[in-house]
Design a binder for this molecule. Structure first.
Ligand code: TTP
Ligand code: MG
Length: 357
């Protein structure tokens, strides 16, 4: 069977929400940290969104009732989710990652698939790209991720989960089946708890058990899913990395050569960024409604502030005025500014315009 050879990367940020919180609050580092509902001294309702690896040692997991987490580890730092910050960081990460690939597909808030087939000649080069991505995310975001490299999305995804945190696992095409075989079946995409139970009843515990099982019995018991699971167990997955067209947002940012407390210089840089963003919007015939500015101080603490305008626009002056308004309160800080950014979102495609108004 001559299927075209592909090389796919899957990137998954490590304990994403809590990692962002630790970055913003270094005093939490080394302690168990949980992001989720308010535990209210063990009486809280709601669940854990995520926890860092220290808290996981105590048995805390995503989706667990927060009251149970509290019982397992009352001394952890409990924080409410700050979604707008996580989304902003996610957008930044995706901007970094996207440029390494021919085809890019975001998957959830902290994961992405990259098809790098035409950019590399072999797995060694793909591994080098993965290292470069890890390095760039660490330098620019001070966050770690885990990357899997494989012949398809399925193997890449299982590989990224294989050595977490800060992992890099490369599985070549001819190693895929052997790599998967000892792992529990639930590691396969789409095998949920219920299917896992049914498979167990048939004596299928590992992916290898599934690969060896008679496919006709599987299709009898599970229908199309049965056939699909059998292929996946053998490391076969033909699904494409689905490049999505059309940006959901446009952003530019600047890191100052030296951290600065010169408000005038910061505002001048902000005007320039706003001009770049509005020109890019215009060139793509986009109008926007929501403006977000970002500021990162010398200690890496990051803030974002947004405003949704009453009207759609792509005028430079509108963007500059709104961005200045949004940034003002952050210029009163005693800390020096390391980076600023401007983003526009709620985009709609308009008629092509010939001139910048
Ligand atoms: P995951 O990538 O599943 O988890 P994670 O990044 O926290 O940890 P890991 O190192 O194992 O990858 O999910 C990404 C984020 O999505 C996570 O930080 C919080 C959020 N999330 C929830 O809010 N609820 C959930 O049940 C899960 C699984 C994730
Ligand atoms: Mg993750």
């Amino acid at each position: 069977m001559s299927e075209k050879r592909r090389i796919i990367l899957h990137i998954d940020m490590d304990h994403f929400f809590t990692a962002v919180e630790e970055r913003e609050h270094p005093e939490y580092r080394g302690r168990p940290v949980v992001v989720g509902a308010d535990p209210k001294q063990g009486k809280g309702r709601g669940v854990v969104s995520t926890s860092n690896y220290e808290a996981r040692k105590a048995g805390i997991r995503s989706g667990m009732p927060i009251s149970r987490a509290w019982k397992l580890c009352p001394e952890a730092v409990y924080l409410p989710p700050n979604f707008s910050l996580y989304i902003e960081v996610s957008l930044e990460i995706m901007d970094i990652v996207r440029k390494y690939a021919d085809k890019f597909e975001q998957w959830g808030i902290d994961e992405a698939f990259l098809d790098v087939t035409t950019r590399v000649k072999d797995y060694a080069e793909a591994e080098a790209i993965a290292k470069q991505i890890k390095q760039e995310i660490l330098e620019k975001e001070r966050l770690t991720c885990s990357i899997g490299v494989g012949p398809n999305k399925l193997v890449a995804k299982v590989a990224s989960d294989y050595q977490k945190p800060d992992g890099l696992t490369v599985v070549k095409e001819n190693e895929a089946e052997r790599f998967l075989a000892p792992l529990p079946v639930r590691k396969l995409l789409w095998v949920g708890r219920k299917t896992e139970e049914k498979l167990k009843a048939l004596g299928i515990n590992t992916i290898g058990d599934l690969a060896r099982y008679d496919p006709s019995v599987l299709s009898e018991k599970f229908g199309v899913i049965g056939t699909q699971m059998h292929l996946m167990a053998r490391g076969i997955d033909r699904s494409e990395v689905e490049q999505r067209t059309g940006a959901k947002s446009i952003s530019h940012e600047t890191t100052f050569e030296k951290d600065t407390d010169n408000a005038e210089a910061v505002l001048k840089a902000l005007d320039a960024l706003a001009e770049d963003v509005s020109k890019e919007a215009l060139s793509q015939s986009f109008f926007f409604k929501t403006v977000t500015v970002k500021v990162r101080y010398e200690n890496f603490e990051t803030h974002t502030r947004s405003k949704t305008l009453q009207f759609m626009t792509n005028r430079t002056q509108d963007l500059q005025k709104t961005a200045r308004e949004l940034l003002q309160p952050y210029l009163r800080s005693e800390r020096k500014v390391r980076l600023i950014g401007v983003r526009v979102s709620s985009l709609i495609k308009g008629e092509k315009q010939k001139t910048l108004v």
